[in-house]
Structures are given as structure tokens and as C-alpha cells.
Design a protein around this ligand. Structure first.
Ligand code: AMP
Length: 249
């Protein structure tokens, strides 16, 4: 079974985001970019399936400008077998990405697609769900545990009320949550080797997809600065503050 893993290049999670002065978006000039953390978890999970003999091949795919090559190379250095770069200069939106991933899935015929639950730049949390609908495949989102057994994926999902276990028949789309695993680091020799591996290059037009943005960003602004908290010495003081200062009880 092939496993397809979409990986997005986003602002590194350690970077303090700066909003552009004209409010048109986030400033990404000279900012460290990395693989979306949820996608690292997806790559790790796919590699573990391969190591367990469940998956035969791990294919990573990224959609974006030529620079997304670096996250594909990171995934190859972690252990992915093949990488596909679908190049576009347009800002990628979940629906266009899902349509392109559908095209890739139809060409590659994976038994499982493992996507991140969300990309930490736009926090859309939409692509996996849209992809499952477009393909007509079952979906299991927010996975914190994944087992493959007899043509099905048994997924433990992180939901508001706690954990939910569901079974979905393969092929399916699974999206990953933080507790699924701790991704491995790529070793230096593997990073060097990954630099020489070939990348398959495609364009959205190869899949008949128009990536012209359909969404309009009206304004981007910094969140309100939070007031500093205070420390209290006792429960009695806490209750008193909640009553008199916060008016909560
Ligand atoms: P989102 O719906 O934008 O929050 O993204 C959810 C997941 O979809 C990400 O974790 C990736 O696995 C995948 N994804 C989103 N955008 C891209 C992209 N441009 N290239 C590859 N994968 C993507």
C-alpha cells in the first residue's frame, strides 16, 4: 500500500509572527520557513507504517512556489521514498490544494492519505476534509492513534469530549493531531543524500486545477495585547480577587 503525505511549507513555529504595517497579511520576508508541524507528524506516521511492513512506499507532495522544495527534501531526508512538487506562485487555498491532491491521488492510487489536521499559517483545518469529499473516501480527522487492520484504519480521534475510536475502510484520508507521535530528526548524512534525490515536478494545470485565489483577505491585525497576570498567595485571596476584581463569582 502506498501512503501519500501532503506537506506544506509554513513560517517556522518558533518565529514570532509580524503583521505587515498595511494590514495586508503576515510578513514572511527573511523569515525562517519549515515544514508544517502536523505534516512532520504525518511523515513520521507514514514512515512507521512502512517500517512495520504495512506501507510499501511513502510519497510526499507539496504545492507552492519553487522554494517548497526544501520541505520536500526534509521529508526525503526523514525517509520518504519519493517527492512531488506542484509548482504555483499563487497563494494556495484549501480547495485548490484539495483538488490538486485529488489529482495526485488518482494518479498514484495510495491506500491512505495522511495530512495534517491544519496548517499553522492560515489555521484553515479544511484540506483533509475537502479532499475526502472530493475523492468520495472516508475520513478520520484529528488522529492521535492509527492502526491498520484488514483493509481498514482504526483511528483514535481527539474530540472535545475526549477520545473517540472509529474504523474507516481504506482508501481513506486521515488527518493528524499533535499526540500521534514525535517526529524523528533527519540525520546529516540523510540530509546530504536527500539533496541529490530527484523531485517530480508538476503544475496545477497538469491536474486541470485553477489556483487563482477565491478568498479575499480583508484585514490582518495583531491580537490585543494581554494584561499581565498576577500571583495570589492563598485560595482565599484568589476567591476575593475573582469576586472583587474580575466580577466572576
Ligand atoms: P489546512 O486545511 O490549510 O489547515 O491544511 C491542512 C493540511 O493540508 C496540511 O497540514 C497539509 O497536510 C495539507 N496542505 C495544505 N496546504 C498544502 C500545500 N500548499 N501543499 C501541501 N499540502 C498542503
Amino acid at each position: 500500500m502506498k501512503v501519500l503525505v501532503p506537506v506544506k511549507r509554513v513560517v517556522d513555529h518558533n518565529v514570532k509572527i509580524r503583521v505587515k504595517s498595511d494590514g495586508s497579511g503576515v510578513d514572511v520576508a527573511n523569515v525562517k520557513m519549515s515544514m508544517n508541524p502536523f505534516d512532520e507528524i504525518s511523515v513520521e506516521e507514514a514512515l512507521r507504517l512502512k517500517e512495520a511492513g504495512v506501507a510499501s512506499e511513502v510519497i510526499v507532495v507539496s504545492i507552492g512556489p519553487a522554494k517548497v522544495e526544501d520541505v520536500l527534501r526534509t521529508a526525503l531526508a526523514m525517509g520518504a521514498d519519493r517527492a512531488i512538487l506542484v509548482e504555483t506562485e499563487d497563494k494556495t487555498e484549501p480547495l485548490a490544494v484539495a483538488k490538486i491532491l485529488k489529482g495526485v491521488a488518482e494518479a498514484e492510487r495510495p491506500g491512505l492519505i495522511i495530512a495534517g489536521k491544519q496548517a499553522i499559517d492560515d489555521d484553515s483545518n479544511q484540506t483533509g476534509q475537502m479532499l475526502s469529499a472530493l475523492l468520495g473516501w472516508p475520513q478520520a480527522t484529528f488522529a492521535s492513534k492509527l492502526e491498520i487492520a484488514e483493509g481498514a484504519a482504526i483511528v483514535t480521534r481527539e474530540v472535545d469530549g475526549g477520545l473517540q475510536v472509529i474504523g474507516v475502510t481504506l482508501p481513506a484520508v486521515v488527518t493528524t493531531d499533535l499526540r500521534l507521535n514525535s517526529p524523528r530528526y533527519a540525520s546529516l548524512p540523510n540530509i546530504m543524500k536527500a539533496k541529490k534525490k530527484p523531485l517530480e515536478r508538476k503544475t496545477p494545470a497538469d491536474f486541470g486545477v485553477d489556483t487563482t485565489p477565491r478568498l479575499k483577505v480583508l484585514k490582518t491585525e495583531e491580537p490585543e495585547v494581554r494584561k499581565a497576570g498576577i500571583k495570589v498567595k492563598s485560595v482565599a485571596e484568589l476567591v476575593e480577587k475573582l469576586k472583587t476584581h474580575a466580577g466572576l463569582i
